[in-house]
Design a protein around this ligand. Structure first.
Ligand code: NAP
Length: 244
C-alpha cells in the first residue's frame, strides 16, 4: 500500500520534530523542512530511518520566502503526487517593546509565522482539491487570541494565522479539505529557553496544569486532528493546560 505524505515545516527541533517523528511512527512519508539547522534535521532523518516504520526526506527552505517555497514544492512533487497532511509549524518569536522594534524585525516575524502559512497552503492545495482530500493544521499560539505583552508582532502573526485558518476552512470545506489550528500554550522548547529558572517557576504557577506542555502532547493532538472526522474544520483548538 502507498504511504501517506506529510510536510512538516520547522521539523529540526521542538514541536515540529515531535510531529515529524509521530507521523513517521504512524507509517507516513514525512517531508522534513527547516531553514538553516540542517545538522539537526539530519538527526531527525536518522532517527526516523532507524526507528520508525515510516520514511522521510529533507526539503530545506525558508518558508517565509515565496521563491524558496515554490522550489520546495517542486522537490516534493517530484517525489509524490499529493500531500495528505500539511503542518505549518515553522515559527520564530521576538520579545521587546513595540516602540523599539525595527521594520525588519516586524517583517521577519510576519513573513516567518504568517506569510509562510499562505505560501505553504498555496503550494499544497491544488493536488488536494483534485483528490478531494487534505488536512491542513497550523501551529498557532494562545497569544494569537489573548495577546502577549512585549510580543506584539508574534501575537499579531498568530492572530493572523487564526483568521487565515477560519477563512480557508470555509473556502475548502466543499473540497473535503479540513483546516484547523492548534493554539499552543507554553511548550517546553528552545523558544522558551531564554527564561530564567525563577521566571519559569512563576510562569508555571500561572498555568492551571502547573507545568509547561510537552512537544509529545502537541504532536499527539496534531495526529488526532489529522485523523479526526471531516466535520472538524475551521477550529482554533487550545492546548494550553487551561491557561486561557
Ligand atoms: P523552535 O524549537 O524554536 O523550532 C522552530 C523551528 O522552526 C525550527 O525547526 C526552525 O529551524 C524552524 N524555522 C524557523 N524559521 C524558519 C523559516 N523561515 N523557514 C523554515 N523553518 C524555520 O520552536 P517551537 O517552540 O518548536 O515552535 C514551533 C511552533 O510552535 C512555532 O510556530 C511557534 O510559534 C509555535 N508555538 C510554540 C510555543 C512554545 O511555547 N514553544 C507556544 C505556542 C506556539 P531553523 O533553525 O532551521 O530556522
Amino acid at each position: 500500500m502507498e504511504s501517506k505524505n506529510i510536510l512538516v515545516t520547522g521539523a529540526s527541533r521542538g514541536i515540529g520534530r515531535a510531529v515529524a517523528v509521530r507521523f513517521a511512527q504512524g507509517g507516513y512519508h514525512v517531508f522534513l523542512n527547516c531553514r538553516s539547522s540542517v545538522d539537526e534535521l539530519q538527526k531527525v532523518q536518522k532517527e526516523i530511518e532507524e526507528g520508525c516504520p515510516g520514511s522521510c526526506e529533507i526539503v530545506c527552505a525558508d518558508v517565509g520566502n515565496p521563491k524558496d517555497v515554490a522550489f520546495m514544492y517542486e522537490q516534493i512533487y517530484r517525489s509524490c503526487g499529493c500531500l495528505e497532511v500539511l503542518v505549518n509549524n515553522a515559527g520564530i518569536s521576538h520579545i521587546g517593546l513595540l516602540m523599539d522594534m525595527e521594520d525588519e524585525t516586524w517583517r521577519r516575524v510576519i513573513d516567518t509565522n504568517l506569510s509562510s502559512v499562505f505560501y505553504c497552503c498555496r503550494g499544497a492545495i491544488p493536488p488536494m482539491i483534485s483528490r478531494q482530500f487534505g488536512k491542513i493544521i497550523n501551529i498557532s499560539s494562545m497569544w494569537g487570541t489573548s495577546g502577549a505583552s512585549c510580543e506584539a508582532a508574534y501575537s499579531a502573526s498568530k492572530a493572523g494565522v487564526n483568521g487565515l485558518t477560519k477563512a480557508l476552512s470555509k473556502e475548502l470545506a466543499q473540497s473535503n479539505i479540513q483546516v484547523n489550528a492548534i493554539a499552543c500554550g507554553v511548550i517546553d522548547t528552545e523558544m522558551n529557553k531564554q527564561l530564567t529558572a525563577e521566571e519559569r517557576k512563576a510562569l508555571e504557577e500561572e498555568i492551571p496544569a502547573g507545568r509547561y506542555g510537552t512537544v509529545e502532547e502537541i504532536a499527539q493532538v496534531v495526529w488526532d486532528v489529522a485523523h479526526a472526522p471531516g466535520y472538524l474544520t475551521g477550529q482554533i483548538i487550545g492546548v494550553d493546560g487551561g491557561y486561557l
